[in-house]
Design a protein around this ligand. Structure first.
Ligand SMILES: CC[C@H](C(=O)O)C(=O)SCCNC(=O)CCNC(=O)[C@H](O)C(C)(C)COP(=O)(O)OP(=O)(O)OC[C@H]1O[C@@H](n2cnc3c(N)ncnc32)[C@H](O)[C@@H]1OP(=O)(O)O
Ligand SMILES: [Co+2]
Length: 148
């Protein structure tokens, strides 16, 4: 495995609307994208850009905060929020060039890959690796988006 770019930090929240106010007013975020529903994952999602470097230039290629709020019927985020009512860091997402090769590598190392690769919130294939096999961190692996 070769450590890839940290694409985003997944943050579970009971209210994306409240989290937007926090990231705008407390953290000074200047690039907050419109929330959208991912019905097949049962979550509402909102991406907050962070600057690409310490000069605060901003831009899409900085690591993003991925805010996730459960839609009615969602169980996984809802159960996380039962334990963490104010929300909290939910997962880290790293990019890989080849999602299928990465899945085979994690499985060869005895890590529990959760389900088959599926389309994630950035529109590329993703999978998750169980937190118990990843030092306590639910880890999302996503195929690097193709350059436009
Ligand atoms: C924006 C959409 C995005 C995308 O498509 O890109 C997503 O879909 S993210 C939103 C939801 N999807 C997922 O989270 C998929 C991966 N998650 C899972 O499959 C489960 O949540 C799983 C397996 C991590 C835990 O499910 P389980 O039913 O086993 O829940 P438990 O509460 O019983 O947890 C067991 C054990 O794991 C610990 N745990 C649970 N969640 C996390 C976490 N986010 N980070 C770290 N650790 C976590 C939990 O504390 C339990 O530990 P224990 O010591 O046994 O108490
Ligand atoms: Co994610």
């Amino acid at each position: 495995m070769k450590l890839g770019r940290l694409n985003h930090i997944g943050v579970a929240t009971p209210s994306i609307a409240d989290s937007i106010v926090f990231y705008r007013d407390v953290m000074g975020a200047t690039h907050i994208h419109a929330p959208f529903d991912l019905h097949d994952q049962g979550v509402k999602v909102c991406f907050v850009d962070t600057p690409t470097d310490s000069r605060g230039l901003g831009g899409m290629d900085g690591t993003q905060i991925e805010l996730i709020e459960p839609l009615p019927g969602n169980t996984s985020i809802a159960s996380f929020l039962e334990k963490n009512p104010n929300g909290g860091q939910h997962h880290l997402c790293y990019e890989v060039p080849d999602i299928h090769a990465a899945k085979a590598e994690f499985e060869a190392m005895g890590k529990r890959v959760l389900g088959e690769p599926r389309i994630g919130a950035h529109g590329t294939l993703i999978f998750f690796v169980h937190p118990k096999d990843m030092g306590g961190i639910l880890t999302e692996i996503m195929e690097t988006p193709k350059a436009h």
